[in-house]
Design a protein around this ligand. Structure first.
Ligand SMILES: C[S@@+](CC[C@H](N)C(=O)[O-])C[C@H]1O[C@@H](n2cnc3c(N)ncnc32)[C@H](O)[C@@H]1O
Length: 235
């Protein structure tokens, strides 16, 4: 599957960047041998080939009590920790950065973790085909801030994507985002202020050490080390 990627390259792009980063031979081998058993990529690609319009991609949840998603898990630190701490829940990790995917796949196998599934695509291809009320929780830990005005449109948290995400959640206040970007935060606040009737209220708070989403990733800790505040956005 991994070898066939070129054929489906549009699934693996996201605005502003193509994923071209070098990947080691050992990671290629690992992905080629084991990735399909731990991923939904093939199921999603098959789904798109068959039914472009319907929104009813079914995630095989098995006996797991809850279905959670982390978008842009980076090197997977928070994803792995979450899955280990909640063995009765299924965690889907979505990341287009292939080296991050390989790293997590290795940890899943080394530690025998059976409640993580991976998607190595632009997350919008997954979110877009889920039927409403599919997910229990979504986590997005420090999405790319795209702070320059001309790059704002590349952001994951846009009005359209907020609406799409809200629609697939089982309940309100189950989408958790963190950021160290004051500009991103301001723009997210603005999205909700302008569309309050449709989207409802957003809750925003500055995190401190005692909060569960504080310091949970390398990217976040780098920001903390530079003296930046970490904010949590919940809706
Ligand atoms: C700023 S990094 C943060 C990574 C990680 N959450 C952390 O805090 O260390 C954002 C990550 O989101 C991933 N990403 C951005 N847009 C994405 C998308 N549309 N679908 C999947 N992953 C995405 C990037 O590849 C990158 O690894």
């Amino acid at each position: 599957m991994f070898l066939k990627k070129k054929q489906f390259s549009h699934f693996y792009r996201y605005p502003g960047r193509k994923v071209t980063k070098k990947i080691s031979k050992s990671n290629i081998k690992l992905l080629n041998e084991y990735y399909d058993s731990y991923s939904y990529d093939k199921a999603l690609i098959d789904y798109y080939a068959d039914q472009m319009i319907k929104k009813n991609f079914i995630v095989p949840k098995g006996n797991f009590e809850k279905l959670n998603v982390e978008i842009g898990f980076g090197d997977g630190e928070y994803l792995i920790k979450s899955a280990i701490s909640k063995p009765n829940e299924l965690f889907i990790g979505i990341e287009i950065y292939i080296n991050g995917v390989a790293k997590v796949l290795k940890k899943i196998m080394d530690q025998n973790i059976n409640n993580i599934k991976l998607i190595n695509m632009n997350s919008l291809f997954f979110i877009n085909v889920l039927s409403s009320q599919s997910l229990d929780k979504v986590f997005i830990i420090n999405p790319d801030p795209w702070n320059k005005k001309k790059h704002n449109k590349r952001r994951l948290i846009s009005y359209e994507n907020v609406k799409m995400l809200m629609n697939i959640m089982r309940s309100k206040n189950s989408i958790f985002i963190t950021t160290d970007s004051e500009r991103y935060l301001k723009d997210i606040r603005e999205i909700f202020r302008k569309n309050i009737t449709e989207l409802g209220k957003v809750s925003i708070c500055k995190l401190s050490q005692k909060d569960s989403l504080y310091g949970v990733s390398r990217y976040q800790r780098k920001a903390i080390d530079k003296g930046k505040a970490i904010y949590q956005i919940t809706f």
